[in-house]
Design a protein around this ligand. Structure first.
Ligand SMILES: Cc1cc2nc3c(=O)[nH]c(=O)nc-3n(C[C@H](O)[C@H](O)[C@H](O)COP(=O)(O)O)c2cc1C
Length: 326
């Protein structure tokens, strides 16, 4: 069996497959099954800024007024209370051996970031920050949005010692520049990319439709592109999320330079048994190509290392759409 060990955020992982943030990693039983199947690490479902805010307001309302929690009736719809989240981390740390990465999801630079410290104290091995906001203000410049992101990252970095990763949106103007600034702000890794919620339209009822679309292998091209461009150019670990459904998808992002390939839709659709299947197929591929360790082939097809670096750039696009010989 080839050696599938890797390192991500300074942590030793048995394999490069990580279960990304989703309700699945809110279950101790599922995490145990994934650990038995060889998963490298898990990212817990996010603890949301809104959730923390509602809880704190609810507590405040109870203490001050002893009244009913009007306006906070949806509190129970959230997946975890902050307290239950910390308990989940403690329970995991006493019963599984794989690294546990907590996740905080917010949009504003504020007091909620102090929860990072609590997650660290509960035993999280690392923290993934998902700074999720959809900019709709036409008067807000891209530079301002990036500054807000960096402010949150700096605030969190100042409070914790554990490794910090940021799950990035694919919609920044210059992701390479932003990655460098995030590195300077003290992150150890970045996850490419956060999937934005996108509404759909029902053309018969003339209404907006909600609901998440399951991932597909086609999605992997976006993280593959940016990881391929950034590999060897920034001093942070690169992880891919989005559309890793097959072993080949995971192999591709590692060939582009990823330290880790994150699984979500494949686990939700086909169950945690996918972990063992994908790992076996990755091992078979390595045997077929004569590789004994992941390090031998990571980044082999990154822009920096591949024979045709233009494949990542405009020249190839021009050739692909038939606009000239590239
Ligand atoms: C039901 C569901 C819940 C999710 N919850 C979170 C979350 O709490 N925090 C987060 O950062 N990502 C969350 N994600 C995003 C996934 O971690 C992952 O990045 C995304 O689904 C793309 O990967 P995939 O194509 O393999 O599904 C969620 C995805 C799904 C489908």
């Amino acid at each position: 069996m080839p050696n599938l060990e890797t390192r991500y955020l300074g942590l030793s992982l048995r394999s490069p497959l990580i279960a990304s943030s989703s309700p699945l990693t809110g279950s101790l039983a599922r995490i145990r099954e994934m650990e038995a199947a060889g998963i490298g690490a898990v990212v817990l479902p996010s603890l949301f800024e809104e959730q923390i805010l509602r809880e704190e307001m609810a507590e405040h309302a109870q203490q001050d007024y002893g009244g009913t929690l009007e306006g906070f009736s949806k509190l129970e719809e959230f997946r975890f209370s902050a307290r239950a989240y910390l308990d989940h981390i403690r329970a995991l740390k006493s019963s599984v051996g794989i690294p546990v990465i907590a996740s905080l999801n917010g949009a504003s630079s504020g007091w909620w970031t102090r929860y990072a410290k609590m997650l660290e104290e509960a035993g999280a091995d690392a923290l993934e920050l998902n700074i999720y906001s959809v900019p709709t203000d036409p008067d807000k410049a891209g530079a301002e949005i990036e500054m807000e992101l960096l402010d949150i990252v700096r605030l969190v970095r100042a409070q914790i010692r554990i490794p910090l990763a940021v799950k990035l949106s694919a919609f920044y103007t210059n992701i390479a520049h932003l990655a460098k600034r995030l590195q300077a702000a003290g992150i150890q890794g970045a996850v490419f990319f956060n999937r934005f919620y996108q509404p759909d339209i029902d053309v018969e009822r003339l209404t907006l439709r909600s609901g998440l679309l399951p991932g597909s292998s086609r999605d992997v091209r976006v993280p593959l592109t940016w990881i391929g461009i950034l590999y060897g150019r920034v001093g942070i670990d690169l992880a891919a999320t989005g559309g890793i459904m097959e072993a080949a998808d995971a192999i591709k992002v590692i060939l582009a330079g990823a330290q880790a390939a994150m699984l979500c839709s494949v686990l939700l659709e086909h169950g945690v048994a996918s972990v063992g299947r994908l790992l076996e197929q990755i091992a078979q591929w390595m045997r077929r190509h004569g590789y004994e360790s992941i390090e031998q082939w990571r980044g082999l097809l990154s822009q920096k290392n591949c024979a045709d670096p233009e494949s990542f750039e405009r020249a190839q696009y021009v050739a692909a759409v038939g606009g000239g010989s590239a």
